[in-house]
Design a protein around this ligand. Structure first.
Ligand SMILES: [Zn+2]
Length: 300
């Protein structure tokens, strides 16, 4: 069982000082994929004149733009950082950057459409264009803080997390969330990359994870171990279903997700597909005619 953290004290639009160097403002876009809404982080001191970075400005929402501009009033914003190009993270970056004069730093947006299914409202902001393209490994130094860009593909091919070195903390975007597992939806989402990125985060032994949605994860070690084990168990369940003769995702999902509301099955289908693609790459499963979502799958 994953020790989810769902209890969460906040008011939309309010600036909360959540650590010595981190403030958070939550946007008014709650939903099945955003939990209580997008949390925008402001990194740096809170005094007038101090330089700050802002991570994931969020959805195109005038009230949230106002709240962010009020929060950094009389400060200077040196960097706008975006974890990935999904619409609940990226679209407000340009209006916020224009208002503050700060450049936008992010990984290169994916070339193809993110999701195969309209069941998800986590689609790409296709207009997003960073001013500075990051690849991971860069150090972004500011006024009393420094952030390291950490490539964490999987949920999205261009997903970056940001390490706040002064607090050994990770802004984990949608890669690791405290309230839920993350969606890995092909073709842009990739389970092989996701698991590698999870291992990379585990290896760094961060003290705190700050996801874009929901509360922080304050005990990352057991949380990440359970988060990882959940995926390994799901893969094993899929292999067992194939072993018993199931050949399609449509046949497997109602059984694998019997305890889950059927409105979430389209999203679950994408996750099963992501696992099957990984199994196919490893040579454990064959897909006919191609590894598409409606393929027939058999153990190799
Ligand atoms: Zn996302």
């Amino acid at each position: 069982m994953i020790p989810f953290v769902r209890g969460f004290d906040f008011a939309c639009g309010q600036v909360d000082q959540v650590s010595p160097l981190i403030r958070r403002v939550i946007a008014g876009n709650p939903g099945p994929f955003t939990f209580t809404g997008t949390g925008t982080y402001i990194v740096g001191g809170d005094q007038p004149g101090q330089g700050v970075a802002v991570i994931d400005p969020g959805p195109l929402d005038a009230a949230h733009l106002d709240a962010l501009l009020r929060a950094v009033d009389r400060q200077s914003v040196s960097h706008v950082l975006v974890t990935h190009t999904h619409r609940d993270h990226a679209p407000l970056a340009r209006p916020f950057a224009t208002a503050t004069g700060a450049p936008i730093l992010a990984a290169k947006p994916p070339a193809r459409t993110t999701h195969a299914s309209a069941a998800l409202d986590e689609d790409d902001d296709e207009t997003f264009a960073p001013d500075v393209v990051l690849e991971g490994g860069e150090i972004i130094a500011g006024d009393g803080w420094s952030l390291e860009a950490m490539a964490t593909p999987g949920h999205a091919s261009n997903h970056l997390a940001f390490v706040l070195r002064e607090e050994n903390a990770l802004f984990s975007g949608d890669h690791v969330m405290g309230w839920s597992t993350t969606i890995v939806a092909p073709p842009d989402g990739d389970m092989t990359a996701y698991m590698d990125s999870l291992d990379a985060v585990i290896a760094r032994r961060f003290k705190t994870l700050w996801p874009t949605h929901g509360a922080p994860v304050t005990e990352p070690k057991p949380f990440l171990a359970a988060y990882r084990a959940h995926r390994v168990a799901r893969e094993a369940q899929i292999v067992r279903r194939l072993g018993r003769g199931a050949t399609t995702i449509a046949a497997m999902v109602p059984d694998l997700y019997a305890g889950v509301d059927s409105t979430l099955w389209p999203a679950a289908s994408l996750s099963v597909w992501a696992h099957l693609i990984t199994l196919e790459r490893r040579g454990e499963v064959r897909a006919a005619p191609t590894p598409a979502i409606d393929a027939e799958w058999r153990l190799a």
